[in-house]
Ligand binder design. Structure first.
Ligand code: SF4
Ligand code: SF4
Length: 506
């Protein structure tokens, strides 16, 4: 791949703390087998969950598959995103077969152009959350194990036939969640010195340094025309960026799976993993491309945070019952009750996860054009895309409140499940924080309010940047959306919530 390094679009990281320079951690991260060393424990864990899920106790609250996948994984992922970065993708066990497939098929075809966007990722999230609710994945160790197996198979198959890590970049629902919310994380890949990139011949960070036969590349010639700096590619080299990002021009964590292949491939040791202000890229108007698919993905994911918790509270059971009652005539036509429940959930999720976010985004964009008289200057797409990054904090706050609630109340449940798996007598002495703990409510409130305030600040900055004196009117439009999301989340968190995958022993 031939690429130019433009200083105009790059970010200078030289004053920031570079974690790849740290004495022990930095060496481990840059080590040729560093990623594998992180993946092996997670692969062992995935195998354990699959074995227990398929052949272990099928009671969700006593099986590591359901507790591990639906209580601990989700809680730990949001904590990692908030405190460090996309650590799960960095050590993702599903990418090991993917890496093997890539070695075997380095000449795979490019992912079809029509699918090189986030529409498939939005569909994947929609289907994932629908199936989660319809099939009660959280209550079935057996189905949870098959979800994990499907992930391995899909990742391997797509990588076998296509370049560009399409599974991570365009398909994986877990990865999509991580990639979106890593944009608020306090770390980002970047280069140490842009001048080195400007004269770099091989651009190995994206092209890779792997070569079946050794080849020599010349980076620089001396005044006499003799090679002054060279480096070699050979079979010990590394693949370049799987998602085809070019680190000298990166301004966003969107699409970066933190694999650090670029750092291992760069022959000039010019890649860093820099600490940054959390959410810094969300305030950078040039960090994201102004595309409908990216904007609607981020906005829809914030709404999905509400509907995902929606299915666990009594008022929604009553709504589901009422809708199912309305569809009762379908029973006479031979529809099974579970199929009717599927139709009801499709209706609820179709409205809540797709129609509502799309309608709100278009409506708010249209209203913004009206109150600022900017219709001729800025298209609807440009306005919605400009405000989309502001949905990251409020969305992350909603997901964090929800996932941490389950994580903290079920944190101890994994111990008896593991004891049972390994043949010990399970001890249920500590399952997690009591439901009436004031700390739980406080943590949820901090997550929700923190996300809301950060979103409001970002929206205000965007409104003032785009509309100057009319910025207040534009800000008011988007603030109403965030207030509605916050109100819905607070109402939800105030409801008695069903404990999923965890039995309450009182
Ligand atoms: S391989 Fe290293 S020096 Fe070359 S462009 Fe990439 S980051 Fe810059
Ligand atoms: S830029 Fe590419 S190679 Fe580097 S960490 Fe991100 S995804 Fe991996």
């Amino acid at each position: 791949m031939a690429v130019n390094v433009s200083r105009r679009t790059t970010v200078n990281h030289t004053s920031r703390l570079d974690m790849l320079r740290l004495p022990v951690l930095g060496r481990l991260l840059r080590w040729r087998w560093g990623r594998l060393a992180m993946q092996i424990p997670l692969i062992a864990l995935a195998v354990l969950l699959i074995v227990d899920g398929l052949w272990g106790n099928q009671l969700a609250s006593r099986n590591t598959a359901t507790i591990g996948a639906w209580v601990h994984y989700r809680g730990l992922v949001v904590l990692a995103l908030l405190l460090a970065g996309n650590l799960f993708c960095m050590a993702c066990p599903f990418t090991l077969p993917r890496t093997l497939a890539k070695r075997w098929s380095s000449s795979g075809r490019r992912w079809p152009r029509v699918l090189r966007n986030k529409w498939l990722a939005i569909s994947g999230l929609f289907v994932f959350f629908f199936l989660y609710e319809w099939l009660d994945l959280w209550a079935s160790p057996w189905l949870t194990a098959w979800v994990i197996v499907t992930y391995f198979a899909a990742s391997f198959t797509l990588e076998l036939f296509f370049k560009e890590s399409p599974f991570c970049k365009y398909v994986c629902p877990l990865g999509t969640f991580n990639l979106v919310y890593a944009t608020a994380s306090p770390s980002q890949i970047g280069v140490r010195d842009h001048d080195i990139c400007a004269t770099c011949v091989g651009k190995e960070c994206v092209n890779g340094s792997y070569s079946p036969q050794p080849i020599m590349l010349v980076d620089r010639y001396d005044p006499a025309g003799r090679p002054a700096a060279t480096h070699e590619h050979n079979a010990r080299g590394t693949l370049g960026c799987g998602t085809l990002l070019f680190p000298p021009q990166m301004q966003s964590n969107l699409d970066c799976v933190f694999c650090l292949d670029c750092a291992r491939a760069c022959p000039h040791d010019n890649i860093g993993l820099f600490l940054r202000m959390p959410g810094r890229e969300l305030a950078n108007p040039h960090a994201w491309r102004k595309r409908w698919d990216v904007a609607l993905l981020v906005i829809a994911l914030a709404f999905m945070g509400i509907t995902n918790a929606f299915g666990m509270v009594p008022p929604v059971y009553r709504l589901i019952d009422a809708l199912a009652e309305g569809l009762r005539p379908l029973l006479a036509l031979g529809f099974a009750p579970q199929a009717i429940e599927g139709v009801v959930l499709l209706l609820i999720f179709g409205v809540g996860n797709l129609l509502l976010p799309a309608g709100v985004a278009l409506g708010a964009g249209w209203l913004t054009q009206r109150v600022t008289s900017s219709a001729g200057r800025l298209s609807l797409r440009e306005i919605v895309a400009a405000f989309a990054p502001a949905f990251v904090p409020v969305g992350l706050g909603i997901w964090t409140a929800h996932y941490l609630f389950h994580f903290l109340t079920g944190i101890g449940a994994i111990v008896p499940a593991l004891q049972e798996f390994f043949g010990f007598v399970p001890s249920y002495a500590f399952m997690g924080a009591p439901l009436d703990s004031p700390w739980l409510g406080l943590i949820e409130l901090v997550a929700l309010l923190g996300g809301f305030i950060a979103s409001a600040v970002l929206a205000q900055r965007t409104a003032l940047r785009l509309f100057r004196r009319q910025g207040t009117q534009a800000f008011a439009v988007w603030l109403m959306v965030f207030v509605a999301l916050l109100a819905a989340a607070l109402w939800l968190m105030d409801q008695p919530m069903e404990m999923r995958g965890v039995e309450l022993f009182s």
